[in-house]
Ligand binder design. Structure first.
Ligand SMILES: [Zn+2]
Ligand SMILES: [Zn+2]
Length: 333
């Protein structure tokens, strides 16, 4: 990727690097006790950000931020759990990508496109104008760079670690990765010159990566549909995410268990029930989250079951506002 990028820059062309994580480092760990610095409101690792336009390594101006609720804190000098000073910053986000690229390509004219540098339409237009004019010849950014920009000088697209979501518990993960890779690949070679895409991945044999890198939409669809059919996921059935939430852990866990037992006993016809278990993000903004996933071959069977569940909740006095039913959920977080 480094060689290809240098070659493109040497030819007077432009290159784009996709690094689909915001911030500088996306986790802070303690080497002594293993603690992960999490948001005080959410079960989410805090992202390390450095000041926008300073390369000073001072802790002032640096911050840890939760990308779910916006909570911010200063960067501690010591582990809040065990007071060790051996804190360890893990994983490179787009801010670090920009810094690393400046080291590797000292003569490149680098720009960054992510939610921290582009806060509104004006920022985006200004950045795009600098790309079109060639003032920027190396762009690093999050998925924002994949969105249909038509920059004729771009002949190389590098993809760095867009595949972490393939290990996430979400049946749409492969589709999202394929879509993002296909979209960002489409940024290369839009002008007269041919384009090239270099992908760095932990899953070189995954069908989504293989198909995206060979522009083989049909083989992706075939494999993805086979998997969805086998697992009874949409479009071969309907799905609902039933999210049970409360600021009190015992309350959320208790209601989730009650609902789980009811499903076990009721054995709704034509509906498979997964869970209850803690949601992939177990706490957001101070609210504890448990969930059940319902899968059905037919929509009417799912609707009947959800109606019966709501009636049961009313009898058990489980308040409806604590249970969110998301039919055709896009995310299972
Ligand atoms: Zn520690
Ligand atoms: Zn948070």
């Amino acid at each position: 990727m480094i060689e290809q990028t240098q070659a493109a820059l040497d030819r007077g062309e432009q290159a784009m690097i996709l690094l689909n994580r915001r911030g500088y480092s996306f986790a802070v760990l303690c080497r002594a006790c293993g603690a992960k610095l999490e948001c005080q409101n959410c079960a989410i690792a805090l992202t390390h950000h450095k000041p926008q336009n300073g390369d000073d390594m001072a802790r002032e101006g640096q911050r840890l931020e939760c990308h779910y609720c916006g909570y911010r804190r200063t960067v501690p000098a010591r582990c809040p759990q065990c007071d060790s000073e051996h804190l360890y910053y893990l994983g490179a986000g787009s801010e670090q990508g920009e810094e690393k690229l400046a080291e590797i390509f000292p003569s490149a004219r680098i720009g960054r496109m992510d939610r921290d540098t582009v806060r509104g339409r004006y920022d985006l237009e200004r950045l795009l104008a600098r790309l079109h004019s060639g003032e920027i010849n190396l762009l690093v950014g999050t998925q924002m760079i994949a969105k249909g920009h038509d920059i004729h000088g771009v002949t190389l697209v590098g993809v760095v670690g867009c595949d972490h979501s393939l290990s996430m518990p979400d049946f749409r993960a492969a589709e999202r990765v394929f879509q993002l890779m296909t979209q960002v690949s489409g940024r290369a070679g839009r002008g007269e010159l041919p384009g090239r895409v270099v992908v760095q991945t932990y899953y070189p044999d995954h069908y989504a990566i293989v198909a995206a890198s060979t522009h083989d939409y049909l083989s992706f669809v075939e494999k993805e549909l086979k998997y969805r059919r086998w697992m009874h996921y949409p479009p071969f059935g309907v799905l609902a995410n039933v999210l049970i939430q409360s600021a009190k852990l015992e309350e959320a866990a208790g209601w989730a268990a009650i609902l789980g037992k009811w499903f076990e006993k009721a054995k709704p016809e034509g509906v498979r029930v997964l869970g209850p278990c803690t949601a992939p993000v177990a706490r957001i903004k101070g609210i504890y989250r448990f969930h059940l996933i319902l899968k059905a071959d037919r929509r009417d069977a799912l609707q009947r079951t959800l109606k019966a569940m709501l009636a049961f909740m009313d009898r058990e006095e489980i308040p409806r506002r604590h249970v969110v039913v998301d039919v055709d959920a896009l995310h299972l977080m």
